[in-house]
Design a binder for this molecule. Structure first.
Ligand code: ADP
Ligand code: 5GP
Length: 196
């Protein structure tokens, strides 16, 4: 991987089961601190959800173009999640580093493992749902996924929760039960010293 600005601030990797609330908290952070943080816009082969924008939430692509970028060495990490491919391009992280902002990556656990092997020197935050039952309610309440996708996400959630128990794998684990409490903890991790 080409070097990405050695003197840049440490990126933050946020992971956690789909439906844990990552996008909800990230949106708040990016809205409140637009000049401090930049989102690493991933590539994905999944279809956009209602309200999602190409180039803002994801770069939506097809499998062929995705695999071409893999072959060209264009990804820092990539993984399959459910029936779709997701990846962080070198360019996505570099674009944020180039404007001096803290880069935020929202990725699943195989991507976390790969990022740990790079020289990105990231900080790792895991967002945990209060329970798998509540996670299922939230996934259903979001009304964005088919029944098959919900089942895939719940199965994957169990893997994510198991992996998160590995000592030292995350710098912090936040349980997203009460949203305001989770937000306070999340903001403190990302912008230390801002509480209350
Ligand atoms: P993720 O990005 O991790 O997949 P989302 O941010 O899309 O998750 O959240 C999944 C759903 O749960 C959304 O409908 C969101 O509004 C809702 N949600 C997030 N946090 C909470 C919370 N603390 N209490 C209740 N609902 C929540
Ligand atoms: P969603 O389809 O709900 O947006 O994302 C599904 C999962 O893919 C989430 O766990 C999310 O964190 C993860 N994800 C999003 N972008 C990437 C990426 O670039 N790489 C990896 N490895 N996972 C990603």
């Amino acid at each position: 991987m080409p070097p990405i600005g050695a003197d840049r601030p440490r990126p933050i990797v946020i992971s956690g089961p789909s439906g844990a609330g990552k996008s909800t908290l990230l949106k708040r952070l990016l809205d409140q601190y637009p000049d401090r943080f930049g989102f690493s816009v991933s590539h994905t082969t999944r279809a956009p959800r209602t309200g999602e924008e190409h180039g803002k939430h994801y770069h939506y692509t097809d499998k062929e173009a995705f695999m071409k970028l893999v072959d060209e060495g264009g990804f820092i990490e990539h993984a399959q999640f459910g029936s779709n491919l997701y990846g962080t391009s070198v360019k996505a992280v570099k674009d944020v580093a180039d404007v001096g902002r803290v880069c935020i990556l929202d990725i699943e656990m195989e991507g976390v493992k790969q990022v740990k092997k790079t020289d990105l020197n990231a900080r790792f935050l895991f967002l945990q749902p209060p329970s798998v039952e509540i996670l299922e309610q939230r996934l259903r309440g979001r009304e964005s996924d088919t029944e098959e996708a919900i089942q895939q996400r719940l199965a994957q959630a169990r893997n994510e929760l198991e992996f998160a128990k590995t000592p030292g794998v995350h710098d912090q684990i936040i349980v997203n039960d009460d949203l305001e409490k989770a937000w306070t903890e999340f903001r403190e991790f990302c912008v230390p010293g801002q509480a209350p």
